[in-house]
Design a protein. Structure first.
Lengths: 160, 85
């Protein structure tokens, strides 16, 4: 379990990296979010009284079929999110229904999939339909038009 | 934190944290993560897959689906700098 000192150190590290680069970025925010969620999960905390679970995956090759991951909430989630932690800035275009701008973090959409669609940056809903779930799995839609990328770490959060 | 690797048909499909897959130690997770990040460039028309022997193997890319989900209006919105909503 992460200690408060570890969490603070990780968050400070993320902010320091950002300040040494070009300021706060999506990656900064999401790395910090990942650290925080992991720490909360390991401490058995809840979000608004709801149990939650998080995890991540990094693929060795781009995936053009649905990605299924297990969860152990023992209930059908009421909400779930998937976002990219290390957005590939060298890639430009629409990938996984995510817009990666090679020259601008701020314009890059971070949330890959969410129930009902959600975009942390502007509240738009360009991710509708990319995520399904059962009481034991999360299913992230992917195909050759919208693949999940190799080498990109995707973080997910499911709330019971 | 629990770490795991995903193996399908002799291929290391990926690694992850949380539930699922074959549990591995953090050291193996970090080692595999570095291997994945250092993937060499695939030949044209091919993709690389990571075998369980931790060797990159070239395979032909699957045929592209004719599955454009964007409508004309969404495409125009993206071209104009929007999000394609």
């Amino acid at each position: 379990m992460s200690t408060p000192a570890t969490i603070i150190s990780q968050l400070q590290g993320d902010i320091l990296l950002a300040n040494n680069a070009t300021g706060f970025t999506d990656t900064t925010v999401h790395n910090a979010m990942s650290h925080l969620i992991s720490a909360l999960a390991s401490a058995g905390a809840k979000i608004n009284q709801h149990s939650f679970e998080c995890g991540s995956f990094t693929l060795s090759a781009s995936r053009t079929t649905d990605m299924i991951v297990s969860h152990s909430l023992e209930a059908v989630p009421c909400a779930a999110f998937l976002w990219a932690v290390n957005i590939p800035l060298t890639t430009r275009g629409i990938i996984g229904k995510v817009r990666f701008h090679a020259d601008d973090y701020v314009k890059s959409t971070a949330i890959v999939a969410a129930n009902g669609g959600y975009n942390t940056l502007n509240g738009s809903s360009n991710a509708i339909g990319r995520l399904q779930w059962t009481n034991s799995t999360l299913i992230f839609s992917a195909n050759s038009t919208y693949p999940l990328l190799s080498g990109t770490t995707y973080q997910w959060l499911a709330i019971a | 934190m629990r770490y795991y690797k995903m193996i399908e048909d002799g291929i290391v499909v990926g690694i992850g944290s949380g539930t699922g897959g074959v549990e591995i130690l953090q050291e193996e997770y970090e080692s595999l993560y570095q291997i994945i990040l250092s993937q060499p460039t695939a030949p044209v028309g091919c993709e690389l897959v990571l075998t369980t022997a931790l060797q990159w193997e070239s395979r032909p890319l699957p045929p592209k689906e004719d599955d454009e989900e964007l409508t004309d209006a969404q495409a125009l919105e993206i071209i104009m700098g929007g999000d394609g909503i």
